[in-house]
Design a protein around this ligand. Structure first.
Ligand SMILES: [Zn+2]
Ligand SMILES: [Zn+2]
Length: 380
């Protein structure tokens, strides 16, 4: 059965936007509604077709699939994706933040997926490493991926130049065979020619009878700002070419973000551990940190700052993917104890120590007092 084109059914052009679709559907649905046309089978059929067409076209993903593959996109087993979900069309880069687990959903090694000789091309995986700075700004990356093109030597027939494929004797060229099963007659792909309808006795040596050869091609990939380590980006239809007119597989970009020398990342927030001198911690002071946006931020350390103290620089973290929000940068204070003291320094510190009171070091003083109490009660 040949199905009418969804766009024609709704009487709109292929470029119709959501509003046009909706109003066209409304108008026609009113006209052919069964309530308005009681007993009119033709109107009922038309009404059903309208519904189906609108259901498909109002969903951007299904619409993209339909634009690409026509009705075959939604036939059972056709094309290699299911219309209910999982398939995301339309986007040049669909971001999937989920991780490997359910990877490829069976699409991997997609050659097994055969529909009457048309085979979906295999999915491809490309590993890409970017720096934290690149994740911060986002970038357009040029990558080279292997792709299949028609073999020039045999012009895609798969037969050795000078020879021709011959009509398959098993299926007489139809690519399908019928087999009786009980009351039913089942049609299936011809096992001899795998649905091609032709067999090649003398395969082309350049492509080993495949009719296509592998070449590299250049592709530009948009890496959005804020992307995280472990993200995968799907480029729909950019995988291996299908066989004999089958749809192409998808290309998956697996992103890893190189660890940074100064910044650790947690979601959109960044952490930076900053060592300051013991005297700065005691007397107070300031220091500058360079942030990923290339600017400098001044941090003021108050007198008596303790190790582990955190300062938040609001909005100085990573961009939140697909938003204008920014994470924060947390400065974590480390305090460096001075080493290799000179004689004079030692004298000064000893003098300082003699002048120290309990109030100067409430934590350590208190700690040892509490510990002493603890052992005293044990020995009682
Ligand atoms: Zn060839
Ligand atoms: Zn055959």
């Amino acid at each position: 059965m040949v199905k009418a084109d969804f766009y024609e059914t709704l009487g709109v052009t292929k470029t119709a936007d959501e509003k046009e679709l909706k109003s066209a559907f409304r108008k026609l649905a009113m006209k052919f509604h069964p309530d308005k046309n009681p007993g009119d089978a033709e109107a009922e059929k038309k009404f059903k077709e309208l519904n189906e067409a609108y259901e498909m076209l109002k969903d951007p993903q299904k619409r993209a699939a339909y634009d690409r593959f026509g009705h075959a996109a939604f036939e059972q087993g056709g094309g290699g994706f299911n219309p209910g979900g999982g398939f995301a069309g339309g986007g040049f880069s669909d971001i999937f933040e989920d991780i490997f687990g359910e990877m490829m959903g069976g699409g991997r090694g997609g050659r097994a997926r055969s529909t009457g000789g048309r085979e979906r091309g295999a999915d491809l995986r490309y590993n890409m490493e970017i720096s934290l700075e690149e994740s911060f700004t986002g970038k357009t990356a040029q990558i080279r991926v292997p792709t299949s093109i028609t073999c020039e030597a045999c012009t895609g027939t798969g037969a050795k130049p000078g020879t021709k494929p011959t009509t398959c004797a098993t299926c007489q060229g139809s690519g399908r065979i019928r087999a009786a099963q009980g009351f039913f007659s089942i049609e299936r792909t011809c096992p001899t020619c795998h649905g091609r309808g032709q067999t090649i006795s003398d395969p082309c040596t350049k492509c080993s009878g495949q009719g296509r050869v592998t070449e590299e091609r250049s592709l530009s990939v948009n890496i959005p700002a804020g992307i995280e380590d472990g993200t995968r980006i799907r480029l729909q239809g950019e995988g291996e070419a299908g066989m004999r007119g089958g749809p192409s597989g998808d290309l998956y970009i697996f992103l890893s973000v190189t660890p940074h020398e100064f910044f650790q990342r947690d979601g959109a927030d960044l952490y930076c551990s900053v060592p300051i001198s013991m005297t700065t911690a005691a007397l107070g002071g300031t220091f500058d940190v360079v942030t990923l946006d290339g600017a400098k931020s001044r941090v003021t350390v108050p007198e008596g700052t303790q190790v582990g103290k955190q300062f938040r620089l609001k909005g100085k973290g990573m961009p939140v993917l697909r938003s204008t929000q920014m994470g924060d940068l947390y400065i974590q204070i480390q305090i460096e104890t001075p080493q290799k003291l000179t004689k004079r320094q030692r004298e000064l510190l000893q003098e300082f120590d003699q002048l120290s009171s309990k109030e100067n070091n409430p934590e350590s003083t208190g700690f040892f007092a509490r510990m002493k109490d603890f052992f005293d009660t044990l020995s009682d």
